[in-house]
Design a protein around this ligand. Structure first.
Ligand code: MN
Length: 505
């Protein structure tokens, strides 16, 4: 359900008519070869489309409006091969609402010491042309990403790939729909938020549904569909004996399959990219959805528990950014601590709903156990331990007047001992720089207990996404110090109030 390959970024080159036709033809030829090379580059997961060199106010404005209307265009790469007087860019950039990255590169990597002359200097002016373009971006107060380096450098291409993935997630979220079954968990604060603000600032809409709508979709599921899906479970997972084909609780696994099929149909029919559930709203359901949610997340749906639509949308955005990269991504909750000084650990889990894309096992275990919350029958769920390695936890909160993103870099580790009595999926991690600094900073910033967890992407993807959205992004990593972080919070508070910066574009 996620496909980045049809998305396009348009390669846009700025120049002016002063140089004469010969130079402009060379500029166009160079731009074409850079665009073709970037298009062929696998680290950039979208198409890169060459656009004719822009030399006038009107051509720039038309290109920006065309980009706005092109459904598959997720943004622009802008490059100033020569000097493009930047007042020409004002009307275009003012009408551009799609993100752009400023690629500050030049066609040749080296100065040709023995042959360099004024013709060469006349043609290769990125060093100052890019600064003129940078000025107008700053003068207009535009959020954008700047990438500096030679276009053949793998680091530059990787950086463009990161931006393309963030732009792809942004594009995916525009006019997208999130389904919310029931409301927010009663009295919980951080999972609440302003849905109108989200639609204005982040682009997606959140719509509430009664759980009866899901129950109705489940009733339309045929027994043969349930048969086929339970067989798929048998093949895919290590199914506990009681849930197996001859097990005494097979009917409860079949109920889990019916929930998945109903939910899948409901989401597909409504064109939703994510959803939230609530254990307080389960009328007509036999079980809280566990396995179903886990499998839908693995297919690319965003999910947030207890009505948490912000995290549902964020998990989806992370899954789009991570698409095709090694490592999984999941809804997550900081659950319980292992205090050991500087080596303290966090055990992340939820009642049921972690995505098996982060599992360390080839075949997660499909089990049934009681759930002490929700007052329903025992739910079926996948049980696994998250694979070790670097990861991030990202959280989006509504501060009342704006959205704030937090990202913490963490390192997942293999638990030193088995957890034979813990009947849910879990991940153990050590936050950067350590639990004390990470949790102090997170708490001072008001970060949520729900996060999007990913081993496929790093914090820079989230930062690019926030720059595109025009929202605050706070980064907790190995270099974070609490006193600096507190100052950043205070300064940001003033900045966002004084500048009126909001992503209403
Ligand atoms: Mn929760």
């Amino acid at each position: 359900m996620i496909d980045l390959s049809n998305y396009e970024i348009w390669f846009v080159t700025g120049s002016q008519n002063l140089y004469g036709e010969d130079v402009l033809q060379q500029v166009a030829q160079h731009a074409r070869s850079i665009a073709a090379a970037l298009d062929a580059e696998t680290v950039i997961p979208v198409k890169v489309i060459y656009k004719p060199v822009l030399t006038t106010h009107d051509a720039i404005r038309r290109l920006c409006i065309e980009a706005e209307l092109a459904d598959d265009c997720i943004g622009l790469v802008t490059w100033m091969h020569t000097f493009s007087p930047a007042r020409m860019w004002i009307p275009g950039l003012q009408s551009l609402r799609k993100p752009f990255v400023h690629l500050h590169t030049q066609f040749n990597s080296d100065i040709p010491w023995s042959t360099i002359d004024m013709d060469f200097m006349n043609l290769n002016q990125s060093a100052h042309g890019g600064r003129e373009f940078g000025f107008i971006g700053s003068r207009l107060g535009l959020e954008r990403t700047v990438v500096v380096g030679h276009w053949q450098d793998p680091a530059v291409r990787r950086r463009l790939g990161v931006w393309a993935r963030a732009a792809g997630a942004w594009h995916d979220g525009q006019r997208a729909r999130i389904a919310r079954f029931g409301d927010n968990m009663r009295n919980v604060a951080v999972t609440e938020g302003n849905k109108v603000s989200a639609e204005i600032e982040l682009g997606y809409s959140v719509s509430g549904y009664g759980i009866g709508d899901l129950v109705q979709a489940m009733q339309q599921v045929s027994d043969s569909e349930v048969d086929a899906l339970t067989r798929e479970y048998d093949d895919t997972y290590s199914v506990s004996a009681e849930l197996g084909p001859r097990g005494g609780r097979r009917s409860e696994l079949r109920e889990g399959a019916r929930i998945e099929l109903g939910l899948r149909r409901f989401l597909a029919d409504g064109g939703f990219i994510g959803f939230s559930s609530s254990f307080e709203v389960l009328h007509g359901m036999a079980q809280l959805p566990g396995l179903a949610v886990q499998r839908l997340m693995a297919d690319g749906y965003g999910f947030g528990a207890e009505g948490d639509w912000k995290t549902a949308a964020l998990v989806r955005a992370v899954k789009v950014m991570a698409h095709g990269l090694p490592g999984g991504s999941s809804f997550m909750e900081d659950y319980t601590y292992h205090f050991r000084g500087n080596e303290s650990l966090v055990l992340g889990a939820h009642m049921l709903e972690l995505c098996p894309s982060i599992a360390d096992q080839q075949k997660p275990s499909l089990e049934i156990h009681p759930l002490s919350i929700g007052g329903k029958s025992d739910p079926v769920r996948l049980v696994f331990t998250g694979r070790p390695g670097p990861a991030i936890n990202a959280s989006l909160v509504d501060m009342g007047d704006r959205f704030r993103m937090l990202v913490n870099e963490v390192n997942a580790v293999t638990p030193a001992e088995a957890l034979p009595r813990l009947p849910v999926a879990r991940v153990l991690w050590k936050p950067e720089p350590d639990l004390e600094v990470a949790a102090t900073s997170w708490i001072l910033a008001g970060g949520a207990h729900h996060t999007a967890y990913s081993q496929a992407i790093g914090a820079e993807y989230i930062e690019d996404y926030c720059d595109i959205a025009g929202i605050e992004c706070l980064h907790i990593d190995a270099d974070t110090r609490v006193d600096d972080f507190k100052r950043e919070l205070r300064w940001n508070e003033a900045y966002y109030r004084m500048s009126g910066v909001r992503a209403v574009r």
